[in-house]
Design a binder for this molecule. Structure first.
Ligand code: CP
Ligand code: NVA
Length: 305
């Protein structure tokens, strides 16, 4: 069954098609008329959930939300069993959850399942980011981009999604927070196919030097916010804060990127986040365009078209 659970579940040609349809964003008010799309959110979300609801309803469909507080998941019904039942009602589901839960749901559901972000991957976010880079710089092939901070879900998907389309990706993380080996391996294999490059650093200046985009994300993922940990976070990651000085090592026309939500004056200075070089709101806007493109194209991809 076709699923989009990590970035290379789409071929580079399919990714390019998504970006083309998203950039075009042709009206499709009736494209989902009479159809329901299941949105399973077991973890918190602002952008992904709302942009999906807006995309589905704007295309004439009905978004149906399932969470773990008010559903029978709270009583211990498994995700696989839930998926099997949901397949009786809908043909397409997006799910935000830990990867093992995403996989369990997808197996039970047995129909098109799209990750809405897990602890390992966030493929729809990176499609929106690639669209943002394309709008800014045109051709993506060979474009040098950097990611600085925690080797987390966003880092994995930046590596894999960008490498799949032939970008040159430079990642800097503290030694104890490198991205997972399996994600590095996948990204390297994508580079072999696309001509992209992946380099890993511990020195953020070396990673950022000359790149056209500097991307960062929170220093703690998928956990409740805890102000008390702030000192600990700075001890581990302080040298990786993206501030104007670090950003100054990037190309003169570089953009600052962040998937949001950001923790101001932690992984990025508030002033850089709000500066004219910051494209974070365009990234958020592009989530909507990419959702609409995926809603149009996923059935074609599942049929092998
Ligand atoms: N960027 C992103 O996925 O944001 P949410 O967690 O608010 O959906
Ligand atoms: N790394 C962040 C991304 C949020 C969109 C998290 O997983 O919380």
């Amino acid at each position: 069954m076709f699923h989009l659970l990590k970035d290379d579940d789409l071929t580079p040609e399919q990714m390019t098609r998504v970006l083309r349809v998203a950039a075009d964003d042709a009206p499709a008010e009736r494209a989902l008329a009479g159809r329901s799309v299941l949105l399973v959110f077991l973890e918190r979300s602002t952008r992904t959930r709302v942009s999906l609801e807006v995309a589905v309803s704007g295309m004439g469909g009905s978004p149906v939300l399932l969470d773990n507080l008010r559903s029978r998941l709270a009583d211990g019904e498994t995700l696989a069993d839930t998926g099997r039942v949901m397949a009786q009602y809908v043909d397409l589901a997006f799910i935000r959850a830990y990867q093992q839960d995403v996989d369990a749901f997808a197996e039970g559901f047995g129909k098109i399942t799209v990750s809405a972000g897990s602890d390992l991957w966030h493929p729809t976010q990176i499609l929106a980011d690639l669209l943002t880079l394309q709008q800014e710089f045109g051709d993506l092939r060979g474009l040098p981009v950097s990611y600085v901070g925690d080797g987390n879900d966003i880092c994995n998907s930046v590596m894999l999604g960008c490498c799949a389309l032939g970008l040159r990706v430079r990642v800097a993380t503290p030694p104890d927070h490198r991205p997972a080996g399996f994600a590095i391996e996948r990204a390297r294999r994508a580079c072999e196919r696309s001509g992209g490059e992946l380099e890993l650093f511990t020195d953020p200046v070396k990673a950022v030097a000359g790149t056209k985009a500097v991307y960062t994300d929170v220093w703690r993922s998928m956990v409740p916010d805890d102000e008390h940990e702030r000192t600990e976070r700075f001890a581990e990651f302080g040298a990786y804060q993206v501030d104007e000085k670090l950003f100054g090592h990037a190309a003169p026309d570089a953009v600052f990127m962040h998937c949001l939500p950001a923790r101001r004056d932690e992984e990025v200075t508030s002033s850089l986040l709000d500066s004219p070089r910051s494209v974070v709101l365009r990234q958020a806007r592009n989530r909507l365009l990419v959702n609409r493109a995926l809603l149009r194209l996923l059935p074609d991809f599942a049929r092998g078209d």
